[in-house]
Design a protein around this ligand. Structure first.
Ligand code: SAH
Length: 479
């Protein structure tokens, strides 16, 4: 403890002197030897030292350079502590440093600014000691008096657990208030969170500009269509011109309620990799099993990707390669041992039906596979768009019917547009759930998209990403 340093109340320089509490804080961060931890407000380095023992590296930010000599003496010998001198809020905003967790007794006066800064930061978990009253505000429910814009924003981004009460005696000098240690974890967003978060992140902008940015970013719209969409929401002009930081909780709620009216009505699934869990795409599986001519197979794939032949032509050539191998329905069914049903599709579909959604499949896979795993698919879905295999009387494969909209490009966007039109549903009201690169185009036109164990490309066009092989997870996002 560096008692020779004059502690500056302006900088909230109250230092934690209770070693037991320091241990508990470190413990509740559940640190691993591979992790990097960010600390905000080094002070005399009492928490810093405890953290350094439990993780790979501590990056600690301190504003008061008078602490330099003392901290240098303590930490120069310890290889895994890096001190960054400056204002922690500026450092976070610059976004240059990477870390896994945050553990800190940050200066009280920056509590709110710090939580807001964390909205835009990537981390796995944070354990923070915060003023008691502030924590009450942060964690209060919508029915409670303390519920505020901050509670709403923070709870949209994070789950917040209170861990430990800290009395004034744990500090030197004693502060005016009690504190609470909280553990904060980023939450995955639900459909309402998507806009709420955009609003929270653009606190310094006018509502109309923040909404416009959000619509452009979230839905891949142009400036013009985003503007039309905002006009459709029908909000008072005065409100649209207000800065988000100036808006009341009630006003934010009004905006969300208006946005919420734009509900999704149709949910469309991809089959392979989404409803089914498989190692290899079904087409590849059949090619490999039948040992079809690899030269031809690749030649036509390349031709398709170059745009020399249509999807329909490509699919028909592939089917011809299968027919030439005299394959039968039984042979193909035999391959199903390499595929399993994803966890929870039936439950998910029945629940979505109950919630009033129109349900569809648009798949570049094969109907035989779909009906093998979901024999009642016709009852589960309102629309099924998939390649249909044809067999002769002896059960030998004889050809296939390729859905009309797959004809040219093979992409699913046209199919979804046609379905939506048939149901008088706008594209904004369509949800697409998919995983693989051939879903990119359709996901760019759907109003809300869920990447289900997605490829990198799909992750980029997903509003929500689920990385768990359980379809029931989508229910959280489709209220
Ligand atoms: N972590 C230490 C110190 C807590 S006191 C402990 O637990 O004892 C808060 C510390 O934050 C002080 O050292 C103060 O100088 C520092 N500080 C204050 N404002 C800061 C800011 N904006 N950025 C970084 N450090 C800040």
């Amino acid at each position: 403890m560096q008692s020779e340093v004059w502690q500056d109340p302006e900088l909230d320089q109250v230092f934690m002197i209770d070693a037991e509490i320091i241990d508990k804080i470190v413990e509740s961060a559940d640190l691993k030897k591979s992790e990097t931890v960010l600390e905000i407000g080094t002070g005399p380095g009492n928490l810093t030292g405890a953290l350094a023992k439990k993780c790979k590296k501590v990056i600690t930010i301190e504003i008061d350079e008078r602490l330099k000599p003392g901290l240098k003496k303590t930490f120069d010998k310890i290889g895994n502590v890096e001190i960054v001198w400056g204002n922690a809020l500026d450092v976070l905003e610059k976004g240059k440093i990477r870390f896994d967790k945050i553990v800190a007794n940050p200066p009280y006066s920056i509590s709110e600014a710090l939580i807001k800064a964390l909205f835009g930061v990537r981390f796995e978990a944070a354990v923070l000691t915060l003023p008691w009253r502030f924590v009450e505000r942060l964690t209060s429910n919508p029915e409670e008096e303390d519920y505020s814009k901050l509670s709403m924003f923070a709870q949209s981004f994070f789950s917040i657990e209170t861990i430990l009460k800290v009395n004034k005696e744990a500090w030197h000098p004693r502060p005016d208030t009690m504190s609470m240690v909280v553990r904060i974890r980023p939450r995955k967003p639900g459909p309402d969170d998507v806009f709420l978060r955009e609003i929270a992140l653009q606190d310094d902008k006018k509502l109309k500009n923040a909404l416009r940015e959000a619509i452009i970013k979230r839905k891949g719209k142009t400036k013009r269509t985003a503007k039309d969409e905002i006009d459709d929401i029908d909000l008072p002009k005065k409100l649209l011109d207000k800065k988000i930081s100036q808006m009341s909780l009630l006003e934010i709620k009004l905006v969300l309620a208006k946005l919420g009216k734009r509900k999704y009505r149709l949910v469309c699934f991809d089959l392979d990799g989404t409803l089914l869990d498989e190692m290899k795409y079904i087409w590849t599986l059949i090619h490999d099993e039948l040992h079809t001519d690899r030269g031809k197979r690749n030649e036509y794939m390349e031709k398709y990707y170059r745009g020399d032949i249509s999807y329909k032509q490509w699919a028909e050539i592939d089917i011809k390669l299968f027919v030439d191998k005299k394959t039968s329905r039984e042979d193909i069914i035999g391959l199903m041992k390499n595929i399993k049903l994803m966890k929870g599709p039936r439950e998910t579909l029945l629940e979505l039906r109950k919630r009033g959604y129109v349900l569809a499949i648009i798949s570049g896979g094969l109907d035989l596979v779909l009906y093998h795993f979901l024999p009642d698919a016709h009852e589960l879905f309102d629309h099924i768009i998939i390649n249909r295999l044809l067999f002769d009387e002896d059960g030998k494969l004889s050809g296939a019917e390729i859905p009309q909209d797959f004809g040219k490009s093979g992409n699913k966007a046209d199919s979804l547009k046609r379905l939506a039109e048939k149901e008088s549903i706008s594209m904004d009201e369509c949800v697409f759930i998919g995983d693989s690169d051939n879903d990119v185009e359709v996901m760019e036109v759907a109003g809300f998209t869920i990447g289900f164990n997605p490829t990198d490309k799909i992750a980029k066009v997903s509003d929500v990403i689920i990385r768990k092989k359980d379809l029931r997870e989508v229910l959280d996002h489709l209220t």
